[in-house]
Design a protein around this ligand. Structure first.
Ligand code: K7E
Ligand code: CUA
Length: 658
């Protein structure tokens, strides 16, 4: 994002604007005297809000407390994580499976929390994998990734995941239009206009959160950038910002910035549902992975699906409408009432605000300016509520406080501008350090914003923290927005590049029935050992399964012999503890796929292929008790063809076997 935007903006503005003059010099004076007190959360006290922040190219999501800015957890989503063995343990590997095979990294830009009646409900957070198109669901009872679905017919899943007000759908709009997976993709690149098409996926969300692609809309070949669902009166609609409506296939920084206006595509998804019901969708052959985590077996399963239902939005004229929007719109945000739709043209010097009522009237009166590949183009003025004049340079994203105010981030002029949604008057502006991308108010894209804090997520950190070589932490800045003027109260570094974020009152999530541990008696892992009577070591050909348990402060068994070179050893470790916050770890020398961290009541498997003969210590990697250092054991590895039988023990010295 930052390079792309910088390049484009530099191209457009360089002649007229001196970029450096826009950059604020220092925030020393900008911080008010009582800032420290406002961000202070006393030791042992909880924060007021949870804050879920995308990790960008780290593929992770991080969880902070607000207003303290304390990092509480990093959740691996489209990434492996040695802290938790995520993506390394046998149980978690299938979560990262795709139709391209195992893809343990991605670029996570947007997080979106589940809603009920347009309000954040604290059940799940969804996230997008941009590069190898995927949508993930994180369960807030466990703060773990519970499901990942791959998106076919897409490339660059940027316009995602955004949800409808009762979490009916999570949508995923393709950033790159490309030839569909079900068509012949072996075409010259310069046939973009004929062969490249867009697909927008409507992913149905079930009662338990389970995802399934209900249908896809086939659209003209443009780039979908961002989106938001309608709410309240506009529930039933979705709004997508688009760029490269020029359909250029080279040097996009120039060629995709030709037109004075691109589009916001308004989608009547209730209408699309009607067409699907009437059988207008076409089944197309595709391949995509659907990965689900089973909390009973503590194991993920990956399934490849082979079919998707596609509805041609260009042939069916009354699903989609194009709203002209100045200069490559990026953010597309809907105010809490559902009436106002804000398009942020990243190369525009104004912010257009559209009216949902006017949109309905214009469609009824057919106030069209022709069509764009079969999709009616509405007259700009017929849909426009008004423009915020001279707000700043490079508007990107807008959030709302629920009191009639909007807050827009400006990348180029590096500031946040507060404006009145009805009168479109600019009310306040504050500098950000530096070059803000997204911004977030807890609940700020829902019907019920909490409106007390605003966080800026910045692209450039430069001199804000102690230097750490060429690579610097990216950063967030917390503002108090309870008064008329925005007040900077805290800076804190983030994990990876923060894009979108969400926030929710702490109690909503704290009291959502979160797990403190997994119940051992409901553990249905096929290799569980529910007590030390169930420990065993079983050889099946060259595979050896160790049914192991851990409890303060020993493993059982802790002496294992009879392993031979050429064996694959599977340590299935069940943590027998039944109390909050007593994980055990497991590591064995030479293992080249990390270590394990096992929660109470959980079973987790490490695959180990010894590469030499000898004695291999194993030990607990998490300081669990006063005798944690004693929590260890030995595995004997013998040469291939050795006659040493499988044996295992705990607390007894077995008679030596030659
Ligand atoms: Cu503006 Cu990818 Cu949401 Cu980043 S995007 S800033
Ligand atoms: Cu178990 Cu340390």
């Amino acid at each position: 994002m930052k390079n792309k935007i910088l390049a484009v903006i530099a191209t457009i503005f360089l002649g007229t604007v001196v970029l450096v003059s826009c950059k604020p010099k220092s925030s020393g004076d900008a911080v008010s005297g009582d800032a420290a007190q406002k961000a202070y959360v006393a030791p042992g006290k909880y924060d007021e809000f949870y804050n879920f922040v995308s990790g960008g190219f780290s593929g992770q999501m991080s969880v902070y407390g607000l207003p303290s800015g304390r990092l509480l957890r990093v959740i691996p989503v489209f990434s492996v994580d040695p802290e938790k063995g995520w993506g390394y343990s046998e149980e978690t590997k299938p979560m990262l499976n795709t139709s391209h095979g195992f893809v343990p990294w991605d670029d996570l830009h947007h997080v979106n929390m589940s809603q009920t009646n347009g309000e954040i409900d604290g059940r799940w957070v969804f996230a997008n994998g941009n590069n190898t198109p995927r949508v993930a669901r994180v369960d807030l009872k466990t703060f773990k990734t519970a499901e990942i679905i791959e998106i076919p017919n897409s490339a660059g899943n940027h316009s995602s995941p955004f949800i409808t007000e009762n979490t009916e759908y999570v949508i995923a709009g393709t950033r790159f239009s490309v030839p569909a997976d079900y068509s012949d993709g072996d075409v010259p690149i310069n046939t973009y206009k004929q062969n490249f098409k867009g697909h927008i996926s409507f992913i149905k969300v079930g009662k338990e959160g389970e995802m399934d692609i209900a249908f896809q809309l086939l659209t003209p070949g443009v780039n979908f950038d961002l989106s938001h669902a309608g709410k309240g009166k506009s529930h039933g609609w979705f709004f997508f910002s688009t760029y490269n409506t020029e359909q250029a296939n080279t040097l996009l920084e120039v060629n995709a910035s030709q037109k004075d206006k691109d589009f916001i595509m308004a989608v009547n998804w209730k209408k699309a549902e009607e067409y699907i019901k009437a059988g207008k969708g076409k089944k197309q052959a595709v391949r995509y992975a659907h990965n689900t985590w089973d909390e009973k077996t503590h194991t993920a399963k990956s399934e490849i699906k082979t079919e998707v239902l596609v509805l041609d939005a260009m042939a069916l004229k009354d699903i989609c409408y194009m709203i002209p929007c100045p200069k490559s719109p990026h953010g597309c945000d809907v105010d809490p009432t559902g009436e106002y739709i804000v398009g942020s043209g990243k190369l525009a010097a104004l912010i257009p605000v559209f009216s949902f009522d006017k949109l309905q009237a214009a469609i009824a009166k057919k106030q069209f300016d022709g069509d764009y590949e079969g999709i009616p183009v509405l007259k700009y003025e017929s849909v426009l509520h008004g423009e915020v004049k001279k707000p700043g340079l490079g508007p990107l994203h807008t959030e709302f406080d629920g009191k009639g105010n909007a807050y827009t981030s400006f990348f180029v002029s590096s500031e946040i501008v507060k404006w009145d949604i009805k009168t479109l008057k600019v009310l306040d502006r504050v500098p950000t350090y530096y070059s803000i991308g997204h911004l977030m108010i807890p609940g700020g894209d829902s019907r019920k914003p909490f409106g007390k804090y605003l966080v800026a997520y910045n692209k450039i950190t430069k001199d804000r923290y102690l230097p750490t070589g060429p690579e610097l932490a990216q950063s967030a800045q917390l503002f108090d927005i309870s008064g008329d003027k925005m007040k900077l109260i805290l800076d804190y570094p983030t994990i990876g590049e923060p894009h979108y974020a969400q926030g929710a009152p702490a109690d909503l999530i704290r009291n959502n029935g979160q797990y403190k541990f997994y119940k051992l008696d409901t553990n249905q892992h096929p290799y569980v050992a529910k007590g030390e009577k169930e420990n065993k070591v079983v050889r099946e050909g060259n595979k050896v399964h160790v049914y192991m348990t851990s409890i303060r402060s020993h493993f059982a068994p802790d002496n294992i012999e009879g392993i031979k070179l050429g064996d694959e050893v599977y340590f299935h470790v069940t943590n027998l503890e039944q109390d909050w916050d007593v994980p055990h770890g497991f590591g064995i020398k030479g293992a080249n796929n990390a270590e394990l961290l096992i929660m109470p009541g959980e079973t987790t498997t490490l695959k180990w292929v010894p590469d030499r003969v000898g004695i291999f210590p194993m030990y607990c990697t998490d300081f669990c008790s006063a005798l944690h250092q004693e929590m260890s054991g030995y595995v004997r590895v013998s040469p291939k063809g050795s006659k040493v039988p499988i044996s295992y023990s705990l607390g007894t010295n077995l008679p030596a076997v030659k």
